[in-house]
Write a new protein. Structure first.
Length: 259
C-alpha cells in the first residue's frame, strides 16, 4: 500500500494504534503456567471487545489448511507460525506472539518476543540483539535507500553477534491486504536495485536463530521449527517509508523483552 496523503496516514495509524493496544494487552497476559491456547483465546476476546477481526483467521499458505486461530505463538525452537495448543509456558522459554487485525478495510501484522525469566546472560543477549537487528533494518527504511539495504542492515547486525537469519521468510507490503508486494528480505543479496517509494507501507520482520538457520515444516503444515532444535526470536514492525527517516506505525521497539 502507498499512503498518499495525511488523511490516509491518519486513518491507517488509528488502526495501527488499536492493534498496538490489543497486542500490549496480550503481552501483559503472557506468563508462565498458562497455555498458548489460553493466550489465543484471550486475544480473540480482545478482538471481539475492540470490534476488530483477527487478520490471521482463514489465512492460507501452500498446502496448509485454513488457519483457525487469532495469533501465532511460537515457543523456543518453533521459528514461526506456531499453532496455539495446550503447551504450557515455562520459566526460561522464549515466546514469540505474532498478531494482526482487520479494521475499516486495513490490515496490521506485528510480532514481539518475550523471554520468561530466569534467563542466562547468553539468552538475554540473543533476544536483545535479535530485536536490535530488526530495528537496524527499520532505521534504513527511508526514501533513497533500497529494499536491499534493509536486509543488509538486519543480516549484518545478526552476524556481528554470531546469529543467523532464516531466509525462507521475508517481510512484505501491507495495508489493504495482509501480504502485499514488495517482499522485504531480511538478509543481504536481494533488493539492491529496488528503491523504496515514499509512502510505501511495509512489515519489516526477521526470524533470527542462535544456531543453524535450517528449518523444517511440521505435519500440521504450519509450524516451522529449527532442525538443530536451537531457539529462535522474531520481531516485526509496520513502517511507512518517508524522507530522511521512516515512520514507525507499530512502534513497540521499546517494549520490555523479559518477564
Amino acid at each position: 500500500m502507498i499512503i498518499k496523503n495525511k488523511k490516509e496516514l491518519r486513518k491507517y495509524k488509528q488502526v495501527c494504534d488499536l492493534s498496538i493496544e490489543i497486542l500490549g494487552k496480550i503481552k501483559e497476559f503472557v506468563k508462565t503456567g498458562i497455555t498458548t491456547l489460553e493466550i489465543d483465546n484471550y486475544a480473540q476476546k480482545l478482538c471481539e471487545q475492540y470490534d476488530v477481526k483477527p487478520a490471521f483467521k482463514g489465512a492460507k499458505v501452500g498446502n496448509a489448511p485454513e488457519y483457525e486461530f487469532t495469533t501465532c505463538i511460537s515457543l523456543n525452537d518453533t521459528v514461526v507460525h506456531g499453532i496455539p495448543n495446550e503447551e504450557i509456558i515455562k520459566k526460561g522459554d522464549i515466546v514469540k506472539v505474532d498478531f494482526g487485525i482487520i479494521k475499516n478495510g486495513y490490515y496490521t501484522d506485528h510480532c514481539f518476543t518475550l523471554g520468561m525469566e530466569p534467563l542466562s546472560k547468553k539468552d538475554k543477549k540473543f533476544v536483545t540483539e535479535s530485536r536490535n537487528a530488526v530495528v537496524a533494518g527499520v532505521h534504513n527504511a527511508f526514501l533513497g535507500n533500497s529494499i536491499g539495504e534493509i536486509g543488509e542492515a538486519i543480516d549484518s547486525h545478526a552476524k556481528k553477534h554470531s546469529l543467523n537469519v532464516v531466509k525462507e521468510f521475508v517481510g512484505h507490503g501491507i495495508g489493504k491486504s495482509l501480504h502485499d508486494s514488495p517482499d522485504i528480505p531480511p538478509y543481504r543479496g536481494l533488493g539492491a536495485n529496488q528503491k523504496l517509494q515514499k509512502g510505501l507501507v511495509i512489515c519489516i520482520e526477521a526470524q533470527i536463530v542462535e544456531g543453524d538457520p535450517s528449518i523444517y515444516t511440521c505435519t500440521d503444515y504450519w509450524t516451522i521449527k529449527t532442525k538443530d532444535r536451537k531457539r529462535a526470536c522474531m520481531f516485526e514492525y509496520i513502517v511507512m517509508v518517508d524522507k530522511k527517516k521512516p515512520k514507525i506505525l507499530t512502534n513497540t521497539i521499546d517494549w520490555e523483552l523479559f518477564k
